[in-house]
Design a protein around this ligand. Structure first.
Ligand code: FAD
Length: 443
């Protein structure tokens, strides 16, 4: 079959993108290396859209949860991934969990049977010079990864993430924390949380005792890069190590005492909206529950709400805010788009959703049209805006969808109603955007 566009990678994003393009009448060559003699360290089968770990698509609550809202928007866009997930749902309370075998089999069948898709079991090692979407995921084959790094610059493709927790700004207690930069240099750009000596000692003891996530066998050679050492590894080296590293208090006068605290935790703005702040230097392999418990012992963070918890994994992702335009095109080679986790979104659902967007942008372009991106008030639009420019390129690390990626709704809502305020506004914005799409699409 001649094709109009090639998709590389038949995971969550590539399968979804192939389906969306094919449904729009575009002929697709879907190149997937599994089943052609290659595999990744995490996949066990040759099926498309294999879920490599948990069988959950997380919360399905579209009223109070950002990923639930994303589910709904994807369903409204005819998502194959969501349709197959709904079809093979297993009981999981308000979460959407699936029978992974049946789910992947269903996606594979639907994609393979589509008359506009040719699934080719082949590994791709070079960047194509025709229209393409690269959706090769966190474990992109080495040859293609090299080709991407050559095109984008070595420092623009990461092979490991080193994620520090991200906190919603409005959950920090500013009666305890304060804004300042070290030695008052530049603007008051950091949130500073002060610890006294007993608090610091308790914190170090908690880090040392906290349960950690083990590395997988194939991740054991994970290098700890300069400046990316997990905090618990630093704490193990001695009780003073953190106080001379990311928790250094020098030059930070606490306005409430007029003195430097014994130790400090700094948070730095992480998105252009100013709603999300990352804990500087706090990348960690602590288990998620432990992170919440231990980090809430930090003065000022007692009620912290985390948009993302820390982690360190093998994960290929590009510096999208720097490299991609608003339509997910590589600025240096605009016939190539990226989709899925390689863009720096995180998770099955987010990856598939970015597959939808890449496909729809590409389909519009092949028709000679331009698709307006979904508004930033929607889950899809917020994730897209974050990846393609809202995130700070300097500290870019993978991100799940969350309300902190959206501008805060106007007016004051009670805490209990805030999430509903986000989703009510998102539904209206999404419906209007969808309507504008229908006008744009040929009858
Ligand atoms: C160990 C591990 C555990 C995870 N656990 C979870 C979890 O519990 N929940 C969650 O939501 N997310 C989890 N993730 C993240 C999840 O895997 C991704 O979010 C999701 O699969 C990404 O979708 P994707 O389509 O971008 O990549 P993938 O689903 O990985 O698909 C990429 C596809 O590209 C193929 N490919 C790679 N290179 C080439 C090449 N050169 N040529 C041709 N084909 C190629 C691969 O074989 C693969 O099929 C985990 C990831 C890993 C590595």
């Amino acid at each position: 079959m001649n094709f109009d566009i090639q998709i590389i990678g038949g995971g969550l994003a590539g399968s979804e993108a192939a389906w969306q393009l094919a449904e729009a009448g575009v002929r697709v060559r879907l190149s997937e290396m599994r089943g052609g003699g290659d595999t990744t360290p995490a996949h066990d089968t040759d099926r498309l859209a294999e879920m490599v770990c948990s069988n959950s698509f997380r919360s399905d609550d579209a009223e109070h949860n950002a990923v639930g809202l994303l589910h709904q928007e994807m369903r409204d866009l005819g998502s194959l991934i969501m349709r197959c997930a709904d079809q093979h749902r297993v009981p999981a309370g308000s979460a959407l969990a699936v029978d992974r075998e049946a789910f992947a089999a269903e996606v594979t069948l639907a994609v393979e049977r589509h008359p506009n898709i040719a699934v080719v079991r082949e590994r791709i090692d070079a960047l194509p010079d025709h229209p393409a979407i690269i959706a090769t995921g966190p474990l992109t084959g080495a040859g293609l990864a090299d080709a991407i790094a050559t095109e984008t610059g070595q420092d623009a493709l990461a092979f490991f993430d080193a994620i520090a927790p991200i906190v919603h700004r409005d959950s920090v207690d500013m009666d305890v924390a304060w804004m300042a930069a070290r030695w008052d240099k530049g603007g008051k750009d950091y949130i500073n949380c002060p610890l006294d000596k007993p608090q610091y000692e308790d914190f170090i003891a908690a880090l040392n005792a906290g349960e950690k996530m083990p590395f997988k066998d194939w991740e054991k050679d994970t290098p700890y890069f300069e400046g990316c050492m997990p905090i618990e590894v630093m704490a193990e080296r001695g009780p003073e190590t953190l106080r001379h590293g990311p928790m250094k208090p020098v030059g930070l006068d606490n306005p409430r005492t007029g003195r430097w605290p014994y130790a400090v935790v700094q948070l730095r703005q992480d998105n252009a909206l100013g709603t999300l702040w990352n804990m500087v230097g706090f990348q960690t392999k602590l288990k998620h529950g432990e992170q919440v418990r231990i980090f809430r012992s930090i003065p000022g963070l007692e009620n912290a709400e985390f948009a993302r918890l820390g982690g360190i994994h093998r994960n290929s992702f590009i510096n999208s805010p720097r490299l991609l335009d608003r339509e997910l095109r590589l600025k240096s080679s605009p016939n190539i788009r990226f989709a899925g986790q390689i863009t720096g979104c995180e998770g099955y659902v987010e990856s598939a959703s970015v597959g939808i967007l890449a496909a729809r942008f590409a389909a519009a372009e092949l028709r000679g049209e331009t698709m307006a991106p979904p508004p930033v008030e929607t889950a899809l639009g917020a994730l897209l805006a974050h990846i393609t420019g809202g995130a700070d390129a300097e500290t870019y690390q993978p991100m799940n969808v969350n309300f902190g990626l959206m501008p805060p709704p106007e007016g004051r809502a009670r805490k209990a109603d805030r999430k509903k305020a986000y989703t009510d506004r998102a539904r209206i914005a999404f419906a209007a955007w969808l309507d504008s799409q229908k006008v744009a699409e040929p009858a």
